[in-house]
Write a protein that binds this ligand. Structure first.
Ligand SMILES: [Zn+2]
Length: 347
């Protein structure tokens, strides 16, 4: 069994339980705090036996029992955020589970055998598209197998409450506002304590890396109306929404507490704007496939999953630029290429 490190911290009454996960992000944080004598928890951790044990130990250390937790809000459907929701509900049927309806759909579709075939067809569609963007067939086929393991890991529990953008949860002296922040995932939500001006950002804003903004969400694709045309635009708008709230502190699901929210958000926005410029420059004189662009920017010695994530990162920027009329798409010999200045003849 893995040995997982954990750490418990109290930041102005917000308990942060930080536990290792076997991914590049290294650990995930669960936040628990009091709202008028009731316990509110942000996210439900990772569905792995060792992780669950470590989490229960941490609860014991703070003299808390799962049965005493009144609310659990899931920021998005990824496995390190939604993992133990079903277990929590089984141990404590009174716990109120909350999430956005897209997160609910995604977990529901993703865990239901009846949708397995549609999931597989969606995954194949994604594979075809990614191959046209230049990715190597054997690499994407290996990844596909991984994507289709998802239904076996996802645990679904029907939420007690569906949350929408701008919803407010009123407690005596605390109001928690729900901010829908599509980008990292389509149904991603952040939670804002309007009195303290604390933001629980899930994976929308992290302290050191710019969160992944994905084009493909295989389980959400089952509901076709969910596919956004320009996910990076949605992400950047979601950042603006948070900027306007002017949070004092940000509590993200990974990495460090953010003490300078304004500065950090501007940094992330700048990162995307310089990426736009770099990509435009790269394809200024010669049309390239998104995969070729991605190799120029991120190198070619990445493992399968990071190759795919890097390609997604480039694609989200290309689609954004294409919608602004700043780059053009060219179809040639079954491949899709992009260029900034297409006046040059193609050979
Ligand atoms: Zn995460």
């Amino acid at each position: 069994m893995y040995s997982l490190n954990s750490e418990i911290k109290d930041i102005d009454g917000i308990i942060r339980i930080k536990i290792d996960i076997p991914f590049d992000v290294k650990f995930v944080c669960i936040y628990i705090f009091d709202v008028n004598g009731q316990k509110f928890m942000i996210d439900s951790g990772f569905n792995m036996l060792a992780w669950k044990k470590r989490f229960l130990q941490a609860l014991e250390e703070i003299n808390l029992n799962l049965k005493e937790i009144d609310y659990c809000l899931v920021t998005h459907e990824h496995l390190d955020h939604s993992g133990l929701v079903k277990y929590f509900k089984r141990i404590n049927p009174n716990m109120q589970i909350m999430m956005h309806e897209i997160t609910d759909e995604s977990l529901h579709f993703g865990s239901d055998e009846d949708y397995a075939e549609i999931m597989e067809q969606n995954a194949l569609k994604v594979a075809e598209e990614v191959i046209s963007y230049g990715m190597n067939k054997s690499q994407i086929m290996r990844l596909l197998k991984g994507f289709l393991v998802w239904p076996k890991i996802v645990r679904y529990s029907k939420p007690d409450r569906i949350l929408n953008d701008d919803d407010e949860l009123h407690f005596k002296s605390t109001t928690l506002k729900i901010i829908q922040t599509p980008g990292h995932s389509l149904g991603h939500i952040c939670v804002f304590d309007t009195q303290k001006k604390y933001l629980f950002s899930g994976d929308h804003i992290l302290s050191r890396i710019t969160p992944h903004v994905g084009i493909y969400h295989i389980s959400t694709l089952i509901n076709e109306k969910r596919a956004p045309p320009n996910i990076l635009e949605s992400y950047l708008k979601s950042l603006d929404k948070i900027l306007q709230l002017n949070p004092k502190l940000i509590f993200p699901a990974h990495q460090d507490i953010i003490e300078n929210p304004h500065e950090r958000i501007i940094q992330i926005q700048k990162h995307h704007h310089s990426r736009f410029n770099e990509i435009r420059k790269t394809i200024n004189t010669k049309p390239l496939t998104p995969f070729e662009i991605s190799k120029i920017h991120f190198g070619s010695d990445l493992d399968d999953i990071n190759t795919y994530l890097a390609l997604n990162e480039v694609l989200s920027h290309l689609i954004y630029l294409e919608q602004q009329g700043k780059v053009k798409r060219i179809e040639k010999h079954g491949k899709t290429l992009f260029c900034s200045d297409c006046r040059e003849p193609l050979n």
